[in-house]
Design a protein around this ligand. Structure first.
Ligand code: T5A
Length: 195
């Protein structure tokens, strides 16, 4: 057993969520450099992970090159996260902080914005410039925003993506550093929506 596993210290799971084109990828890169600069073991991930077989099916759907039932595409997004689940847990337990560009909250927010039942989306997910991709439509993004509001809980920190990119970066650094420190002190891993 590694030293940090014995002490309860672990990496933090930092998830960046938001509407399409809200600046998540830009901030993921900046946050990665910031934490690396402070000497923290850290990796940057993103979902969907378009490199896997499942990810390629998702990518084709998002690019409007294939059609899928709304429930089926929801389950594919979920499967895409399950593909990486044990690797994710191992990384966190061994002390690596993960910056993840979209996670299960996107799964629920986007599918429920299409009209799927939000509770079904949560269960199916975890237990088992506009005009580009399929979802990048203003009216649909408004519905996603409403779904995100429903999902909001105490673990969330909200940053205004309308701010200049440097200001977003600074606020994110403060929030994330606090989170990384809490995890290093031994905050246990827990399941999403477990209660
Ligand atoms: N989806 C995803 C589901 O339906 N279910 C799921 O389970 C999951 C995981 C693909 C789609 O899949 C859906 C959600 C999506 O519709 P994606 O590939 O992550 O997900 O799609 P996007 O969010 O659109 O990713 P992008 O990389 O296109 O956008 P980002 O990362 O939000 O934005 P970014 O950083 O690339 O920035 C966009 C532009 O804005 C500028 C940048 O320079 C860039 O040009 N910018 C700013 N400009 C002004 N002020 C700022 N503060 C700025 N920050 C960035």
């Amino acid at each position: 057993m590694e030293n940090n596993q014995r002490s309860g210290s672990r990496g933090a799971l930092i998830v960046l969520e938001g509407l399409d084109r809200s600046g998540k990828t830009s901030q993921s890169c900046r946050l990665l450099s910031y934490l690396e600069g402070l000497g923290h073991p850290v990796e940057s991930w993103r979902f969907p992970d378009r490199n896997t077989g499942v990810g390629q099916m998702i990518s084709s759907y998002l690019a409007n090159k294939s059609e899928l039932d709304d429930h089926a595409i929801h389950l594919l997004f979920s499967a895409n996260r399950w593909e990486k689940r044990s690797l994710m847990e191992n990384k966190l337990r061994s002390g690596t902080t993960l910056i993840v560009d979209r996670y299960s909250f996107s799964g629920v927010a986007f599918s429920s914005a299409k009209g799927l039942d939000i509770e079904w989306c949560k269960k199916a997910a975890e237990r088992g410039g506009y005009g580009g991709e399929r979802y990048e439509q203003l009216e649909f993004q408004r519905k996603v925003a409403r779904s995100y509001q429903i999902l909001h809980d105490a673990s969330w920190k909200t940053i205004d993506a309308y701010l200049p990119i440097k200001d977003v970066e600074k606020q994110l650094q403060e929030v994330v550093l606090d989170c990384v420190t809490t995890c290093q002190k031994g905050k246990p891993l827990s399941q999403l929506w477990s209660s």
